[in-house]
Write a protein that binds this ligand. Structure first.
Ligand SMILES: C[S@@+](CC[C@H](N)C(=O)[O-])C[C@H]1O[C@@H](n2cnc3c(N)ncnc32)[C@H](O)[C@@H]1O
Length: 231
């Protein structure tokens, strides 16, 4: 398992009460998240607007149903619902209109007891982006408030938030050893600043208005895990 693929914190437990997990990975790209879900779900579907990306995903996720298209414009999933939907490295890269139409489309395909797990890997208050602003740059980012508003506008509520990567890091490139990342993440957590300092946050959302904790059938790996630095 690669560090990047372990970014997905919630993995469906085999034999969950619901009888298994139907997963949709939106904007699946090269299949990074689908590969992580291999063997953990009852069914896996990946969708991406780019045929080239889907071709790259195919060998990584041979078991998955792969669909080329844009669910914000096309009715590609014909009323199907999923109890785990993932969307990694999508929202902060998208324009506001696309963010909203994607969120609304994903909500339509989320089962009533389902979870949408996505990340904001470009949090505006993250150290790297603060530094860029100090240097006079205008990095493309998304704030915590924008994420909260987006989830609400899409008919979802944020059930859990996992700030990760207090120190800047990209896939496979850490400035310091992994254990230093872990220590910094823990320190930020201890002073209650994780969500403000992290440049990468994973959000777990459920349909608005439902009560209770994270759905049965999902388990959370030990936390903090150094591998999740690169979500
Ligand atoms: C940065 S990649 C992330 C890929 C993958 N989720 C991951 O975390 O490795 C963003 C992906 O979003 C896809 N994308 C952009 N707009 C889309 C849309 N409207 N519908 C589906 N996919 C879209 C792009 O083709 C690209 O593969």
């Amino acid at each position: 398992m690669t560090p990047a693929s372990t970014a997905l914190l919630f993995v469906p437990s085999p034999g969950a009460a619901s009888g298994g997990c139907w997963t949709l990975d939106f904007a699946c790209g090269t299949g990074r998240i689908l590969a992580h879900l291999a063997g953990r779900t009852r069914s896996s579907t990946g969708i991406d607007v780019s045929p080239g990306m889907i071709e790259l995903a195919r060998p990584k996720a041979p078991y998955a149903e792969l669909i080329v298209g844009d669910i914000t414009r096309q009715n590609l999933l014909a009323g199907r619902t999923f109890n785990l939907i993932t969307a990694f490295r999508f929202f902060p890269n998208a324009q506001p209109e696309l963010r909203l139409s994607a969120m609304q489309a994903l909500r339509r395909h989320l089962a009533p007891d389902g979870l949408l797990v996505f990340n904001n890997h470009r949090c505006d208050s993250g150290g790297l982006f603060l530094l860029a602003r100090l240097l006079g740059r205008r990095p493309h980012t998304m704030s915590l408030e924008e994420v909260t508003d987006l989830a609400r506008a899409g008919g979802l509520e944020i059930a859990e938030v996992f700030p990760i990567g207090t120190l800047p890091a990209t896939d496979g490139h850490m400035l310091v050893p992994p254990w230093v990342h872990g220590v910094c993440d823990r320190l930020a957590g201890a002073v209650g600043l994780s969500a403000r300092l992290a440049q990468n946050i994973i959000f777990v959302c459920r349909p608005a208005g439902l009560r209770g904790g994270v759905a049965e059938g999902f388990r959370r790996p030990a936390w903090p895990a150094r591998e999740v630095v690169h979500a």
